[in-house]
Design a binder for this molecule. Structure first.
Ligand code: ACO
Length: 376
């Protein structure tokens, strides 16, 4: 019997085989990249605590750690150039295209300009991770009728991204806040988008194809689309006094509260804790941060009351929203910015998958009609 067969979860359409909806609880591989302890609310990248990495690391050093296994605190990662074909593709997009669609298109066009031989390499991972912030910044300017800004190799990736968005070098505090967000978002084990990247890699496809697929998965509101919805949700809640009634009514309508719940964490998401600290220490924090903190308490209380059987706590997206808005990003850029941060983890998983590759091809239970003749 396979893991899936012994898991014993979900409905069992066959007498002998069962399955786990959403593959929950199924072990689908091994990784040395990150460890999530959902019960205790802990997250480690190659053994190092996320809180320590946020306080003492940079995104460049963390990405290098994920790719190589080596901790080199001074390792730098600036943004990279945009090949002409990718820029042409970005210019051809409608101005109202979703930033996630623009990023996915840009990565695909980038892949078409590279010689991405098998197996994928650290150099490919670095080049793609450096390219994507430039591409997203370029699209954001093009849709505003502005020309893209060339990368500044003296800036680290998060600061470089902000510079290419605005044409102005960010102050140290703003750059540091976005860098901290990038560190927090860099890697998170076998989540849906990472698993997508690994499945694509397992067919010996290239790193750009894997990241295109990962971006497609990340785009869904159950995965990376939540932080922009956190902002909408808080706008609807409006005030601390209105929170209790609004939340109860939303849950009665069967809606989900954005920024709460997680497939793995049963304790408070350590990334949310790290980002709350960053948000509270920001100079330019959004004026609704205090409301978010107050609404969080009410939401946690009501979720606990409604789901006594399953702890539903704050997730990373809740406090990603004030950090991203605080550094000047508009909510429609949040999912794509999260994807930029996740490039380090996605590409590290591509390298890890390739190093021990076996084609990922799960089994399935057939529930369709029995063999039959076509109607005459
Ligand atoms: N609001 C209201 N109810 C919830 C929430 C929530 N945020 N999260 C879970 N529940 C409910 C579910 O509706 C479910 O009840 P039901 O089966 O009667 O509908 C019950 O709690 C159990 O849910 P789980 O099994 O814990 O949730 P699952 O693992 O399927 O989903 C997910 C996890 C998708 C993150 C979910 O919690 C959710 O939709 N949250 C809101 C969206 C969000 O914040 N997404 C970002 C996640 S973080 C990330 O991907 C980077």
């Amino acid at each position: 019997m396979t893991e899936a067969e012994t898991a014993g979860k979900g409905s069992a359409p066959s007498a002998t085989r069962s399955w786990s909806p959403g593959l929950e609880g199924i072990v689908a591989g091994e990784t040395a990249l990150s460890k999530i302890d959902g019960e205790r609310g802990r997250l480690l990248y190659r053994g190092y605590r996320i809180g320590d990495l946020v306080e003492r690391g940079t995104y460049g050093a963390v990405a290098n750690l994920l790719w190589t296994g080596d901790w080199e605190p001074n390792h730098r990662l600036p943004t990279g150039p945009i090949p002409a074909a990718a820029m042409t593709a970005l210019r051809a997009l409608p101005k109202d295209a979703k930033p996630m669609d623009a990023l996915r298109t840009a990565v695909s066009a980038w892949g078409a300009t590279q010689k991405l031989d098998w197996p994928p390499t650290v150099e490919q991972a670095r080049a793609l991770t450096s390219f994507s912030p430039s591409a997203l910044a370029a699209f954001t300017r093009l849709r505003q009728g502005l020309e893209p800004v060339e990368p500044d190799p003296s800036l680290d990736l998060a600061a470089g991204f902000l510079y290419q968005l605005t044409g102005e070098r960010p102050d140290g505090g703003t750059a540091r806040a976005l860098d901290a967000y990038f560190v927090v978002g860099a890697e998170h084990s076998f989540n849906a988008s990472t698993f997508t990247a690994r499945v694509i890699t397992s067919s010996r496809s290239d790193i750009a194809s894997a990241i295109v697929g990962a971006i497609g998965t990340m785009k869904g509101p159950l995965h990376g689309g939540a932080p922009s919805e956190v902002v909408d949700q808080l706008a609807k809640v409006g005030s601390r006094e209105h929170a209790e009634q609004w939340i109860r009514e939303a849950l009665d309508r069967g809606e989900r509260l954005m920024g709460f719940g997680h497939r793995v964490y049963r304790a408070y998401d350590p990334r949310a804790a790290a980002l709350r600290k960053v948000a509270e220490s920001m100079e330019h924090k959004p004026d609704w941060l205090q409301l978010a903190i107050e609404v969080e308490d009410v939401a946690l209380r009501i979720l606990a009351e409604r789901h006594p059987e399953r702890a539903i706590k704050t997730n990373v997206e809740y406090y990603a929203a004030p950090v991203l808005q605080g550094v000047g990003l508009t909510p429609d850029l949040f999912p794509a910015t999260f994807s930029l941060a996740r490039h380090a983890g996605w590409t590290a998983h591509v390298l890890e998958q390739a190093a021990t590759n076996r084609l990922i091809r799960p089994d399935v239970i057939y529930v369709g009609p029995d063999e039959r003749d076509l109607p005459t």
